[in-house]
Design a protein around this ligand. Structure first.
Ligand code: FES
Length: 148
């Protein structure tokens, strides 16, 4: 799949489903946060995922953590209240910074694609993304960056 096909597929997914309002919202506004860097990792508030709209609560499917002490951003995907993935947005092929589109990550350099769990779904990359353990504590997520 080339870049044009990927974008067309991503936008079609946003516009053509029953959950149009939630998906358009997520496509239109990717949520960024810097989190709080500690000795062993990053802490982010779970409130970062919340979307309050007309009295109803919805959730961003993912947020991107950009912190000045990180060389690449971290994509944090919310599977549910207590289940998250945290992925290093560095392509496993030659190290380009990845782009997030819903539940996929795409490499603008040579077209590799990865799932929201970091698995390669399209080459030329032949390795999965680096992922970090995520722990839920009260209303915060701790992303453990100690793992090499
Ligand atoms: S650097 Fe990502 S596919 Fe080559």
């Amino acid at each position: 799949m080339n870049r044009r096909q990927f974008i067309a597929k991503s936008c079609a997914a946003c516009l053509g489903t029953a959950t149009v309002s939630a998906m358009v919202s997520s496509c239109a506004s990717t949520r960024y946060t810097s989190g709080t860097m500690g000795k062993d990792g990053l802490t982010i508030s779970m409130d970062e995922f919340k979307i309050k709209k007309q009295g109803q609560m919805a959730y961003h499917p993912f947020i991107i953590v950009r912190n000045e002490s990180l060389q690449y951003p971290i994509y944090v995907y919310r599977f549910g209240e207590t289940e998250y993935s945290a992925l290093w947005m560095r392509c496993a092929h030659q190290g380009a910074e990845l782009q997030a589109a819903g539940d996929q990550l795409h490499c603008p350099a040579h077209g590799s694609e990865f799932s929201n769990t970091g698995k390669v779904t399209n080459g030329p990359a032949d390795k999965d993304l680096r992922s970090f353990p995520v722990t839920v504590n009260n209303n915060e997520l701790f992303i453990d960056l100690r793992k090499p």
